[in-house]
Design a protein around this ligand. Structure first.
Ligand code: HEM
Length: 89
């Protein structure tokens, strides 16, 4: 919805969030991920941006049902995003 399937910040709400949703395939984010390999999963668990995500979705009329993350979901997410990032240039 925000980062986009390519995680380059191309989702329909990328410019509706404040700040705008970042491209996670940049050299800067690769460095961040290398220094802090937990950053992808922690962005979901710790919600460092407070209510930014639910607020952006709500303000733009996007309704998502509550979701209970399983450990395997975090592993899949981490593997998917790390893979997209490492293949990007
Ligand atoms: C499971 C879904 C998501 C994951 C895994 C994810 C992951 C991330 C990660 C890893 C970062 C960088 C954090 C850092 O470097 O410290 C980030 C930043 C950000 N994401 Fe997401 N994101 C998700 C969903 C969303 C959604 C739905 C939105 C928009 C409503 C969004 C908007 C943003 C914004 C605006 C930032 C930049 C925050 C800032 O600079 O303070 N993300 N996200």
């Amino acid at each position: 919805m925000c980062h986009g399937a390519d995680i380059k910040g191309t989702g329909p709400l990328a410019n509706k969030s404040d700040p705008p949703t970042p491209d996670l395939t940049t050299p800067a984010f690769k460095k961040r991920l290398n220094e802090y390999p937990g950053v992808i999963v922690s962005s979901v668990i710790l919600r460092p941006n407070g209510d930014l995500i639910p607020r952006t979705l709500r303000e733009n009329g996007v309704k998502l049902s509550p979701f209970t993350w399983k450990v395997q979901d975090f592993r899949d997410l981490n593997q998917y995003m790390s893979g997209v990032i490492s293949k990007s240039r």
